[in-house]
Design a protein around this ligand. Structure first.
Ligand SMILES: *Cc1c(COP(=O)(O)O)cnc(C)c1O
Length: 232
């Protein structure tokens, strides 16, 4: 193992020791180089989260010799990048409008794909984040349930920064309750079995609230450099 991979493996082991085996750990590699992703792969990670489509495509091109990776899109998806997102990610965690879902559903049909998806919820006001309000979700749920080319199987939520732990916990628990509410409605094509909840600073709270997928960047790779320049 390279020294970089050994360092990641050590951090990974420390995290794994604190989480149940059922929880899927997504390594968030945004802003880090393809070489860091390669080291993470060597350390045993297979699920990778990126928030920008172009950045992920560039890394995937450099890592084409590796197999068995699952790529998760966790950032806001602009509609003009939806087709590329379908071609390069197996999971899309960030469906934040019916319009986006409809577009993805059509394009997935054209591409003969059926990606796994999460509906992203915004349960507290947050100018920095996308997501469906509870009212929007309830209004459009039966439409999401008709999307045969999207495997909508999860809910994702990100509490606003700066909340107290009990407020963060409340967001996670509310997400879990919304999943139950959806499942009680018994739509044939819409069953929520996945909760994409928890980042480096709050993942223990998320796991306590039933998270099945945690998205960890800083804890595995250290602080990110601040971004400069254009989006995506
Ligand atoms: C950056 C990011 C993460 C990882 O955040 P850390 O605090 O570094 O673990 C998780 N989820 C989303 C949606 C992100 O954009």
């Amino acid at each position: 193992m390279t020294p970089a991979a050994a360092a990641i493996a050590e951090r990974l082991a420390a995290v794994r020791a604190t989480i149940p085996a059922r929880v899927r750990l997504i390594a968030v590699t945004k802003t880090f180089s393809a070489e860091v992703v390669r080291a993470a792969y060597e350390a045993g990670l297979r699920d990778f989260g990126e928030n920008r489509v172009q950045e992920a495509i560039a890394k995937q091109a450099e890592l084409s010799d590796l197999s068995g990776m699952t790529w998760h899109l966790i950032g806001r998806l602009q509609s003009n990048k939806s087709r590329k997102a379908l071609e390069h990610f197996q999971w899309i965690h960030s469906i934040d409008s019916l319009k986006l879902a409809e577009r993805l559903n059509l394009q997935a049909a054209e591409l003969d794909l059926r990606p796994s998806c999460c509906l992203q919820l915004k349960l507290r006001p947050d100018p920095n984040k996308g997501g469906l309000t509870l009212a929007e979700l309830q209004r459009d749920l039966s439409d999401y349930a008709q999307m045969q080319h999207l495997n909508i199987t999860g809910l994702m939520a990100i509490p606003p920064q700066g909340l107290e732990p009990d407020e963060t916990q409340a967001v996670f628990i509310q997400t879990q309750e919304i999943a139950k509410m959806i499942n009680q409605m018994a739509f044939p094509h819409l069953k929520i079995s996945q909760l994409s909840l928890g980042m480096s600073a709050d993942y223990p709270l998320a796991i306590a609230a039933g998270s099945t997928m945690i998205r960890l960047g800083t804890l595995l790779f250290g602080q990110r450099q601040r971004r400069t320049g254009a989006q995506n």
